[in-house]
Design a protein around this ligand. Structure first.
Ligand SMILES: C[S@@+](CC[C@H](N)C(=O)[O-])C[C@H]1O[C@@H](n2cnc3c(N)ncnc32)[C@H](O)[C@@H]1O
Length: 310
């Protein structure tokens, strides 16, 4: 079991983050402010065409897990992998030197058509890994997100009855967070030294922190979206891999949990979401929940904004 170590409370940390947030946002690049606290309704690959290079400090996302949910219908597994590979390539150019990309995925099972067919399990994180590295992302860590067994689909029931070897199928209680850094010969210290001292001070992780790569976090359910991030997962990734005032990107925005947590943690956010219902859900809920204005834009509104620079 992972140990949690810390010296100050969550709310003390939050107050530190929010103090002087605007001040630091003024310090950051003008281009960043065009993207800041913006959610665009559109396909991520279309939206990224208008995003300036080297815009993002951190990306944390959970893409569709092949065709596991109704919001994606890829023709086949190879088409799915190629779509994401293309995304990893473009994301690399939109990310600042030496900064992080944290990808949450897990293998998925395609249900069998009938008792005469076998089910198929796709090892998504492991198939994606070489496609990510190929485009200039350096592998840093793999974090295992563990959920309670009661939240997992029961696969072991058959085995519990027959107890025959070869027919063993464990209940899946894990997902992966693969952590990558945009390749550079500069050390992490170089990234840290690019910030004013007070920003580094305010960004310090003073509260409890996780000491291992095994994170026990309960899943969250939301009746408006079938696959939402738990707030705790976002909070840890944001605190460990970005500084106060940074721009955090979620290309597969869904219900907008990352936007909410970025704002709570004193960071700015940029999200894209292709599905109109989920975009509308974020519009209905986020503005009430955040302390700041959010720019909700269509793809063409966003494109015009970038061109006009206002
Ligand atoms: C796994 S969910 C992400 C949920 C999100 N992490 C949350 O906390 O709510 C993936 C999301 O990506 C969206 N999506 C799928 N393909 C997309 C694309 N090409 N561009 C933008 N969004 C896309 C889906 O509509 C879905 O909401």
């Amino acid at each position: 079991m992972a140990r949690i170590i810390g010296t100050s409370t969550d709310s003390e940390q939050r107050t530190q983050c929010l103090k002087g947030k605007d001040e630091y946002n003024n310090f950051s690049e003008d281009l960043g402010s065009l993207l800041s606290n913006t959610i665009v309704h559109g396909d991520v690959m279309e939206v990224l065409k208008s995003v300036p290079d080297e815009s993002f400090h951190l990306t944390f996302t959970s893409p569709p897990y092949y065709n596991a949910r109704p919001y994606s219908t890829f023709e086949n597994y190879e088409t799915y992998l190629s779509f994401l590979e293309d995304f990893f390539r473009v994301l690399h150019s939109k990310t600042k030197e030496g900064r992080f990309f944290v990808l949450n995925t897990s293998p998925v099972i395609e249900a069998r058509l009938s008792r005469q067919h076998a089910s198929k399990r796709y090892p998504i994180p492991f198939d994606l890994h070489p496609r990510i590295q190929k485009h200039g992302w350096e592998y840093i860590d793999d974090i295992i997100w563990v959920k309670p067994e009661y939240s997992a689909k029961n696969r072991v029931g058959g085995f519990a009855q027959h107890r025959k070897p070869l027919g063993y199928k464990p209940n899946i209680v894990t997902e992966y967070l693969f952590v990558y850094r945009k390749q550079t010969d500069k050390l992490i210290d170089w990234n840290i030294r690019s910030y004013p001292k007070d920003v580094v001070d305010r960004s310090k992780v003073r509260e409890d922190y996780e000491t291992t790569n095994v994170w026990h976090i309960n899943p969250t359910h939301n009746k408006h979206h079938p696959a939402v991030f738990p707030e705790e997962l976002c909070k840890r990734v944001i605190r460990y891999y970005s500084m106060v005032g940074d721009l955090v990107f979620d290309p597969f925005g869904g219900s907008g949990v990352l936007a909410r947590m970025a704002s709570v943690e004193g960071r700015s956010f940029f999200l894209t979401e292709r599905n109109g219902d989920y975009f509308q859900y974020m519009k209905n809920t986020l503005e009430r929940k955040l302390f700041e204005d959010v720019n909700f834009q269509t793809l063409s509104e966003f494109e015009s904004r970038v061109i006009s620079g206002e």
